[in-house]
Design a protein around this ligand. Structure first.
Ligand code: ATP
Ligand code: MG
Length: 480
């Protein structure tokens, strides 16, 4: 879109081409290094509407995704990203607040040569080992008052593409999630990506905290996107606890931050997880929630003039969502055929408990499995409130032993019979002895429910989970 509507000026820029012209400028001023800015382009604010800033004077040298600095009347500088062009006017959105910015304010853009420009595009983080145990914002700035972070030596691009599909490793071995309901009914392999679908207040954050603490992984990266400020501290202190935090990097953008910051929180967490994965580690990526990420994209899309399509979400949301989710999963294989793995759990807030709303639908189609949490189960006091009959991991049964598969199958059959018949049984409309399968379900289902129940502080390994299920299913043998 750059330079759209051009024609009246800068004929030279069009004749020579912008990169050539930048080279010529650099040559003229005697600059050798690409990393040094060639110059600073100055534009002006021509209007503000909603969340977007219109800027003139930036055409020809800026494009979508470029970052500019807007100088407010109070002397504060706000960073903003160009999200669209309307003719000669660049439409930008701020990372911070718009306060103090008015019509006529100055906006500056640092011009770099083509190579450095590519390197800087979209922002980057310098992650390293010392980030574990820390809470950071999407720009990599500490948010936990524990002092500055030591920058790492590897530039992790925020908007990196997913690894080349053909060169990606396969899924790793079975991963121990430390939560019985998941270990048994949504058994995962390293590098698998799951959606966690739940309404509000059903126990997503608690389950994510349990996963961060209990999962057998080297490092956990947790993205808290659009949470209320109060919840962040609660999550870090209560759900994660010191033990979980020690092996985690938490990236936060609360609900009061700009949509760009909320979008970047998801990308920054992904970049941090990629850093650890690319070192050959087994990484657990937890994102709460993808819905808030999509809502941030919706705000950005609508502000840049995109039309709302499905339930107010513009089409770009559903184009960008797979680009984020695809980055999770196995890493690239090294010369010895080894690779790091990023196992991921993305929470989806099922608005109004409607499992057909567009974000739920889109996420379900992209990932390798889903876990459904239900209010009805939470209300009955059984936590984590996972409906195991509606949850599914696409790598099961391949990753379990045949005996384990048989146990899970049996348990599913009993639970499903119980679900179908429980009202009849409670009303006394079923006479025991009529159907052996129903009789068995009546005896066994409460024991299976007992296995699914797990306190927040409790951990259950894969072996312990299967032992518990074996015990529950043999209740029948003992009593019957
Ligand atoms: N494993 C558990 N054991 C006991 N209680 C639980 C468990 N998981 C969740 N709860 C209860 O459910 C409540 C809500 O949980 P949580 O905050 O994790 O839900 P949420 O889905 O993240 O909510 P929100 O949509 O508001 O973010 C908790 O305050 C707690 O009382
Ligand atoms: Mg929550």
């Amino acid at each position: 879109m750059k330079g759209e509507g051009a024609g009246q000026s800068d004929a030279a820029a069009q004749a020579v081409g912008v990169p050539d012209m930048l080279d010529a400028i650099r040559h003229a001023v005697g600059q050798k290094h690409d990393e040094v800015p060639i110059g600073v382009l100055e534009g002006r604010v021509t209007g503000l509407s909603g969340l977007s800033i219109s800027l003139s004077g930036l055409r020809d040298f800026t494009g979508v995704g470029d970052r500019v600095r807007v100088l407010g009347l109070d002397g504060r500088e706000t960073e903003a990203e160009i999200v669209a062009f309307q003719g000669d006017i660049a439409i930008a959105m701020p990372f911070g607040s718009l306060e103090g910015i008015g019509s006529g304010c100055r906006a500056t853009f640092q011009m770099f040569g083509p190579e450095e420009r590519r390197r800087r595009a979209g922002g980057a983080l310098l992650v390293n080992e010392s980030w574990k145990g820390r809470v950071v914002d999407p720009m990599g700035r500490p948010m936990d008052g524990k002092g500055p972070l030591a920058p790492g030596g590897v530039v992790q691009k925020l908007h990196a593409p997913p690894p080349e599909a053909a060169l990606r490793a396969r899924l790793g071995p079975r991963i121990d999630l430390g939560v019985r309901a998941l270990n048994l009914f949504a058994t995962c392999r390293e590098g698998q990506r799951l959606g966690l679908f739940a309404g509000s207040g059903v126990g997503k954050s608690t389950l994510m905290g349990m996963l961060a603490r209990n999962t057998a992984c080297d490092v956990a990266v947790i993205a808290l996107v659009g949470e209320r400020g109060r919840e962040v501290r609660e999550f870090v202190e209560d759900d994660l606890g010191p033990e979980g935090l020690a092996k985690s990097v938490v990236v936060v953008a609360t609900s009061d931050t700009s949509p760009l910051m909320r979008r970047e929180a998801a990308y920054a967490a992904m970049a941090a997880a990629e850093y650890f994965r690319d070192q050959g580690k087994s990484v657990l990526m937890l994102m709460d929630s993808v819905t808030r990420f999509c809502q941030a994209l919706r705000e950005i899309g609508l502000s840049s003039g995109e039309p709302p399509a499905t339930r107010g979400y513009p089409p770009s949301v559903f184009a960008e969502l797979p680009r984020l989710l695809e980055r999770a999963g196995p890493g690239l294989m090294d010369a010895e055929g080894k690779a790091g793995q990023m196992t991921a759990m993305f929470s989806v807030l099922v608005e109004g408990d409607d499992h057909n709303e567009p974000v739920t639908d889109a996420v379900r189609g992209i990932l390798d499995g889903h876990v459904v949490m239900e209010r009805r189960i939470a209300e009955s006091g059984r936590y984590p409130a996972i409906n195991v009959l509606r949850s599914l991991s696409r790598t099961v049964p391949g990753c379990n032993a045949p005996e384990e598969n048989a146990l899970v199958l049996e348990a599913r059959r009993d639970l499903s019979t119980w679900e179908e018949m429980q009202d009849m049984v409670r009303l006394g409309a079923y006479r025991p002895g009529n159907d052996p399968q129903v009789d068995r379900a009546i005896r066994v289902a409460p024991a299976i429910e007992g296995v699914l129940k797990q306190q927040r502080g409790e951990k259950a390994t894969l072996a312990e989970s299967f032992d518990a299920l074996r015990g529950a299913l043999s209740v029948d043998e003992v009593s019957g």
